[in-house]
Design a protein around this ligand. Structure first.
Ligand code: NAD
Ligand code: DAO
Ligand code: ZN
Ligand code: ZN
Length: 369
């Protein structure tokens, strides 16, 4: 079939809207009509050329929602008409990783997904006879896409696509980092570095977990109002702090935070986050994706004296199990999404969405097909 897609032909170039060819689903695969997709910083990271795994040409996008149109042989967990959210972290429920409760990093299709290919080592997308790669196993910047069955969470049919697509990455990553990775307790003190599409969801996760103090740190003062709306209790702009930022944050949190979160991807910020965690027990969670080759550092004594450095992918969530529950939380009013979706646009305007992101003027832009 033909479908409309925003194709990344080369790193650093705008996406091009073209009609691509899409082959139908093979064994274990599913054809999905994408109804809406969010634009995440990680798409921009890959498009910019900074992603060491980035391959081109490719159809980017990993934060979508849509409807199953057709299933390949052997598919049993979804059927045509089901509403679904694509999962860049699949859940096969059979591999060594899925069977270990300590991780959500299913490895069943990891090797081919990292190369932008389906599990059989081929691509379903092409343009004028030339292969186009998939992205993070999702490629939601296409009106239709093919995914492995294990990379689809079936969700309730009354959830609005243009809102719950955000659960495909930002919402789940931020809230999951709090609930699944840090396992924040009621009454905790926390610091969130970076108040963008991920950091705001860390903040709403902290509110959900019952944190007493939620400090937000961002260089952009325009991020303050939205963060307060989601539960931030204190705002710190590093540019306005005289003297040492760590010392300031340690004092503000009464000795350091129980939990700190990096949602910037900046390795200097990651160090500040670790060092502003409380001596003896403070945990710092890295969410941000740093540029290729970047390294983190601190004095080992920071860890010797009880601080813990951890990381999280997709908020530690097991997608087929956890994503439908998070959709329920949204539909039941337990979490909010709508105010964070600051812009919606047709596929033709997707490059404007990336410009808004680069200028720090959006929280989430959503393309509606
Ligand atoms: P974003 O651009 O919307 O937000 C980043 C925020 O950080 C901005 O508000 C910016 O002003 C702020 N910031 C930048 N430098 C700063 C500094 N030195 N000090 C304080 N604040 C600073 O990006 P996002 O969509 O929220 O993504 C955040 C990070 O999370 C990215 O690196 C992204 O790739 C990563 N990410 C990780 C996962 C995961 O599973 N681990 C999932 C999605 C996104
Ligand atoms: O299993 O080795 C692996 C890699 C899993 C990739 C998880 C990606 C999480 C971070 C990227 C940000 C996603 C938007
Ligand atoms: Zn993302
Ligand atoms: Zn698995």
């Amino acid at each position: 079939m033909k479908t409309r897609a925003a194709v990344a032909f080369e790193a650093g170039k705008p996406l091009e809207i073209v009609e691509v060819d899409l082959e139908g689903p093979r064994a274990g695969e599913v054809l999905v009509e994408i109804k809406a997709t969010g634009l995440c910083h990680t798409d921009e990271f890959t498009l910019s050329g900074a992603d060491p795994e980035g391959v081109f040409p490719a159809i980017l996008g990993h934060e979508g929602a849509g409807v199953v149109l057709e299933v390949g042989p052997g598919v049993t967990s979804v059927k045509p008409g089901d509403h679904v959210i694509p999962l860049y972290t699949p859940e096969c429920r059979e591999c060594e990783y899925c069977l270990n409760p300590k991780t959500n990093l299913c490895q069943a299709i990891r090797a081919t997904q990292g190369q932008g290919l389906m599990p059989d080592g081929t691509s379903r997308f092409s343009y004028k006879g030339r292969e186009i790669r998939h992205y993070m196993g999702c490629s939601t910047f296409a009106n239709h896409t093919v995914l492995p069955e294990i990379a689809l969470a079936r969700i309730r049919p009354d959830a609005p696509f243009d809102k719950v697509c955000y659960i495909g990455c930002g919402v789940t990553t931020g809230i999951g980092a709090v609930i699944n990775t840090a396992k924040v307790e009621i009454g905790a003190r926390a610091i969130v570095f970076g108040l963008g599409g991920i950091g705001l969801n860390v903040i709403q996760g902290l509110r959900l977990a019952g944190a007493d103090q939620i400090v937000g740190v961002d260089l952009n003062p325009a991020k303050r109002a939205m963060a307060e709306r989601f539960g931030m209790t204190d705002f710190v702009n590093p540019a306005e702090v005289e003297g040492d930022l760590v010392a300031h944050l340690v004092e503000l949190t009464g000795g350091g935070a129980d939990y700190t979160f990096d949602a910037t991807g900046n390795v200097q910020v990651m160090r500040t986050a670790l060092e502003s965690a409380h001596k003896g027990w403070g945990e710092s969670i890295i969410i941000g994706v740093a540029p290729a080759g970047a390294e983190i550092s601190t004095r080992p004594f920071q860890l010797v004296t009880g601080r813990v450095w951890r990381g999280t992918a997709f908020g530690g969530a097991r997608g087929r199990t956890d994503v439908p529950r998070i959709v329920d939380w949204y539909m039941n009013g337990k979490i909010e999404i709508d105010p964070m979706i600051t812009h919606t646009m047709p596929l033709e305007d997707i490059n404007k969405g990336f410009e808004l992101m680069r200028r720090g003027e959006s929280i989430r832009s959503v393309v509606v097909f």
